[in-house]
Design a protein around this ligand. Structure first.
Ligand code: AMP
Length: 566
């Protein structure tokens, strides 16, 4: 009588064949050789036992489930050592000692099993399918005594394994196969084995995150089938990433015109609705829906029901201003007392893209996707909003700069510059989506002059001339900063400025250096226009610093070193 229900009729390809593959892969460090070995193996499986091809694909990556899946084995190294110790008949301590000698749990199991006198004569060979099914069963085991039950399944599996098989089963269990095969190699191998273009395999994997499925479709339907694979609401895809923009205007010019958006500093989320179920994934494809139930509620309310995938950034706000990024991490990692946290750390979601709405939309240009987003989303103020966006054309380049200032003043990180014609490119960090950030550092500068505004703002000094000090404590000008502060602060600043004015020429004034401002900026540049020899790109006044005095302001030396250290 078998002691567990894991035993089944052993038919199909033997696990030993997979072990031979692992050993062959391990015997070379050259990626091209590994690819050929793997391609030959996949093609052999495709001919001899096609139904196990997806399983073999995962196992050769040392995985059991597709990337989108949240299933995991839930076996720690302690439990694994216990199982080995029971199989071999030694103490867990001895397994640990062996592990230290051999270098890893796989080699240790091999050594230990070799020493054990095995009745190999009666050993029924393990099949690839059986190993896989038992690993899946371990993952599926939950509830009371699940640790014990998991270990029993593993023990049974290891007792039927040869020493070499045990080496790779244990390594698979702890997700460290150590044969040097990554996603890149396996994609190349699939393309070689089934004669399909590499980029088509690549794209299919990007969209499905299921290498087993990709291998199967490549084998059965070739390029045509792969091209038909697409997004599936419910299964996360790797997000499109952003490159750094060297300079706003140059980036906009390269795109022709651009859609610029506020860059929110929170966490990126991909939100899926499939039938009635809503799931929220991080950029690492982790499901965080349970930690942030209010976002699930907002989504349910705000977006017309259908199957969809939308993307956005979640931030924590207090009185409309974003607060430290740390808080959002607290929320996302939280497993208990979620309701309490919900009140203490309120979240706002800014949506900025739609990848699927009734149909896959990733190949449609960004400007159309945005229009769709505007159509399907009903904003819930302060809770679920669309990203602040402006259209920047060669005729109105200043719009980008204005948005940058507004974003920094609003406490955000900078702006995104997006190519309106670009498709959504999962997992790609390309030139179609750029980010332009203020440096995290700010400067404390003193006001030495200013220029009055025009029209409605004629009574305010709208732009301040700012200076820092050199090694002799002489003041050197560095930049003009238009404050863009809210009217109240601007008024306050003007009132503080009036008594300090010593000279007035037209709209320009000179002032006694006294008011100190904290200034954010995007970049330090060399400039002959200012006495310091440097200037700031996109300076934005963040706040007045009445707590600082002239000795506290920044120095030319600091600017020089910041400039050099970029
Ligand atoms: P980084 O994390 O610095 O590479 O910047 C890119 C990230 O900015 C994205 O992955 C998003 O998480 C985030 N982000 C914030 N606001 C936006 C926006 N409006 N559009 C796209 N991404 C945004």
């Amino acid at each position: 009588m078998p002691d567990t229900e894991t035993t089944m009729t052993e038919v199909g390809m033997e696990y030993d064949k997979l072990v031979e593959l692992y050993e062959a892969l391990d015997s070379t460090t050259k990626r091209l050789e590994k690819t050929v070995i793997l391609a030959d193996f996949l093609s052999m499986v495709g001919t001899e036992d096609p139904k196990i091809l997806p399983v073999v694909t995962f196992l050769s990556l040392g995985r059991i489930f597709p990337t989108w899946s949240e299933e995991e084995l839930g076996i720690g190294s302690k439990l694994l050592m216990k199982a080995i110790s029971l199989v071999v008949g030694v103490t867990p301590g001895e397994v640990e000692d062996q592990m230290r000698d051999s270098g890893d749990i796989g080699s240790a199991s091999e050594e230990l099993l070799q020493r054990k006198v095995q009745s190999t004569l009666f050993r029924r060979p393990l099949t690839i399918e059986k190993v896989h099914q038992n690993l899946v069963k371990i993952a599926d085991t939950a509830g009371g005594r699940s640790q014990y039950k998991k270990m029993e399944i593993l023990r049974e599996l290891l007792s039927s394994a040869s020493p070499q098989e045990a080496k790779y089963i244990t390594r698979t269990v702890i997700e460290e196969l150590r044969v040097g095969v990554g996603e890149g190699t396996i994609k190349d191998a699939i393309s070689q084995a089934f004669d399909t273009p590499k980029e088509v395999v690549e794209r299919a994997q990007m969209l499905t995150n299921d290498m087993g499925l990709v291998a199967e479709v490549a084998m059965e339907e070739g390029e045509y089938g792969l091209r038909k694979l697409t997004l599936n609401p419910g299964k996360p895809v790797k997000p499109m990433l952003a490159q750094l923009s060297p300079e706003i205007q140059a980036s906009v010019a390269e795109m022709g015109w651009a859609l610029c958006e506020t860059k929110y500093d929170g966490i990126r989320v991909q939100i899926h609705r499939k039938d009635d179920e809503i799931n929220i994934f991080t950029r690492r494809l982790e499901n965080i829906s349970n930690a942030i139930p209010e976002i699930v509620e907002y989504i349910r309310k705000a977006i017309l029901p259908s199957d969809f995938i939308v993307e956005g950034e979640i931030i924590v706000t207090k009185k409309g201003k974003p607060i430290s990024f740390q808080y959002i991490l607290q929320r996302v990692r939280r497993k208990y007392e979620i309701e309490k946290m919900r009140e203490q750390v309120p979240l706002t979601l800014y949506l900025f893209d739609v990848l699927y709405y009734n149909r896959p939309m990733i190949d449609e240009p960004f400007c159309d996707r945005r229009k769709m987003l505007e159509k399907i989303v009903q904003i819930i103020p302060g809770k679920l909003e669309l990203s602040d966006q402006v259209k920047v054309t060669p005729e109105n380049p200043e719009k980008a700069e204005e948005l940058f200032k507004k974003s920094i003043e609003g406490g955000h990180e900078g702006i995104m510059i997006k190519d309106p014609h670009a498709p959504y490119m999962p997992g790609i960090r390309g030139k179609k989506m750029l980010k332009f950030k203020a440096t995290p550092e700010t400067l404390d500068l003193v006001v030495v002059g200013g220029t009055y505004g025009k029209g409605k703002r004629a009574h305010f000094i709208g732009s301040f001339l700012l200076a820092l000090r050199d090694e002799n404590n002489d003041l050197k000008t560095l930049a003009h900063a238009a404050t863009g502060l809210d009217d109240k602060t601007l008024m306050e600043l003007s009132e503080m400025s009036e008594p300090l004015i010593i000279k007035k020429v037209g709209r320009r004034v000179e002032m006694v250096p006294s008011i100190i401002l904290e200034v954010a900026f995007s970049e330090i540049i060399k400039s002959p226009e200012y006495e310091s020899g440097y200037s700031l790109r996109f300076p934005v006044v963040k706040r007045i610093r009445p707590d600082l005095s002239l000795e506290d302001i920044d120095t030319v030396e600091r600017i020089e070193s910041m400039y050099q250290n970029v």
